[in-house]
Design a protein around this ligand. Structure first.
Ligand code: DC
Length: 226
């Protein structure tokens, strides 16, 4: 399938499989994949390690904002990096997951991440996933998908992913973390998670990755005539 030079924005709830789907799309159509959540997670790890967020999630916003000026957060061969250090494993831990939503409410953090995403996504043929890609980061994206799925199914998927990595988890803790993040992500003041008016909803509760790809190809061929 010859897909034109477009930006594909994928938004939706936590653990709906946005990044897995985006990676498959990138591979299938030779698009660049950008994981915006990884940048929020990277800022969170940085904030934890440098004492800008406390155990009760109080954030030193002026301190963090100042430190962001020198934060070299970027994507590399094995995922997300701070300078030369690959942080891909650390940013997927529950310690980071538990603090990332409060960090993502900070407008200064959102401005920092948005700027990076717009730089990285300046060329077309990009698929990007997050919470506000189709509404704020790339409101002109040619194709916007909004992903959702049943919360328990999402928790089971996330728990299986963590177990496969050797991380012990309790399914109820994972479900609780997901629901808390859904709530904070949808209710924050700065660019909350919301469905763009022109986004197409994909509920993948009972769909395989293959089903989703077939669905997407149908949409692309209908919309772009390819
Ligand atoms: O997609 P993820 O679970 O890796 O995202 C981690 C957190 O980052 C999520 O709880 C909300 C935040 N996020 C955001 O606010 N805006 C985005 N575009 C992407 C992620």
């Amino acid at each position: 399938m010859q897909v034109p030079d477009i930006i594909i924005a994928i938004d939706g709830y936590s653990s709906t499989g946005k990044s897995s789907f985006a990676k498959i799309i990138a591979k299938e159509f030779s698009f660049l994949y950008l994981d915006s959540g990884a940048l929020y997670r990277g800022v969170t790890l940085f904030a934890i390690e440098n004492g800008f967020i406390s155990d009760d999630c109080t954030i030193d916003v002026p301190g963090l904002d100042k430190a962001l000026n020198d934060l070299d957060l970027h994507f590399g061969e094995n995922g997300t990096y701070i300078g030369e250090r690959c942080i891909e494993t650390e940013i997927r831990s529950l310690a980071v997951a538990g603090k990332v939503s409060p960090i993502a409410t900070v407008p200064e953090v959102r401005a920092f991440v948005d700027k990076k995403l717009r730089e990285f996504g300046a060329s077309k043929r990009v698929v990007m996933d997050g919470r506000d890609i189709g509404t704020t980061v790339f409101p002109n994206a040619e194709l916007k998908i909004f992903m959702t799925a049943d919360p328990m199914i999402r928790a089971q998927r996330r728990a299986a992913e963590m177990t496969a990595k050797g991380i012990e988890v309790d399914i109820q803790d994972v479900l609780k973390n997901l629901q808390e993040r859904d709530y904070i992500d949808s209710h924050r003041e700065a660019s909350p998670l919301s469905q763009a008016e022109d986004a197409i909803v994909l509920d993948n509760s009972h769909m395989t990755m293959e089903d989703q790809l077939v669905w997407l190809k149908g949409i692309i061929s209908e919309r772009f005539g390819c």
